[in-house]
Design a protein around this ligand. Structure first.
Ligand code: SAH
Length: 216
């Protein structure tokens, strides 16, 4: 690592802490996964700034502080199986892979899932499975999941995802209309099976969760 790289890394982590990412396991995971490897072309130079950036298929890689705060809210445990809806660049999934035993991530765009899969292979991240499909239905065959993270906004938490959450499990997702400010919420499935608890975390802005598959 050059001295410039070291300074950049320190600033990146400092920014995260300043925005409220204080969980040491999350910070360690975000230190281990280089965001620069998930952003292409001339935007790569801005990979260490706290801003969302465009990726292929008209989508975006989320802002690092939002990734950190979402991951922190999810409180992933080392033995957990995690489902992520909205692979995008694969950056969030790679961080989840550092914290969990196994990660399944799904996106509608084959272009994105192919690229993400190639990145995971190149980085030797072997506990992440990438799938192409409509994530609103979850992955009934692989579930139930300890943790579910949705990185695109739905109007309400999709029913199949609630059903695929283990008892005591946690789901974090943005909800609300796509053209307005949305709320990041945390849904906890009660351990005794008596329903769900909902907590609002913060206002966010995500691309919409879209039904069906594109023709790419
Ligand atoms: N987590 C990503 C950023 C996600 S952007 C990262 O770390 O880079 C939101 C993603 O959700 C987009 O790639 C979009 O294609 C995907 N998406 C939207 N609706 C979806 C659906 N129904 N099923 C699966 N993926 C969906």
């Amino acid at each position: 690592m050059t001295p410039e790289d070291a300074t950049r890394k320190m600033q990146f982590l400092f920014q995260l802490r300043q925005k409220g990412v204080t969980d040491t396991r999350v910070l360690k995971a975000m230190e281990a996964i280089d965001r620069g490897g998930f952003v292409q072309g001339h935007f790569a130079a801005r990979a260490y700034e706290d801003m969302p950036l465009p990726i292929a298929s008209g989508q975006t890689i989320s802002q690092p502080s939002v990734v950190g705060l979402m991951t922190q809210a999810l409180s992933v445990q080392p033995r957990d199986t995690v489902l992520e809806i909205g692979t995008g660049s694969g950056y969030q999934a790679a961080i989840l892979g550092e914290l969990a035993r196994r990660v399944y991530t799904i996106d509608r765009f084959r272009t994105l899932t192919r690229e993400a899969e190639a990145r995971f292979a190149a980085l030797g991240l072997t506990n992440i499975t990438v799938l192409t499909g409509d994530g609103s239905f979850g992955l009934p065959d692989q579930g139930p999941f300890d943790r579910i993270l949705v990185t695109a906004a739905a109007e309400d938490p999709p029913g199949p995802l609630l059903q695929q959450l283990k008892l005591g499990g946690v789901m974090v997702l943005p909800v609300g209309q796509s053209d307005a400010v949305q709320s990041l919420i945390k849904v906890t499935r009660r351990a005794d099976g008596a329903g769900f608890d909902y907590d609002e975390i913060m206002p966010v802005r995500f691309v919409p969760l879209i039904d069906g598959l594109p023709r790419d």
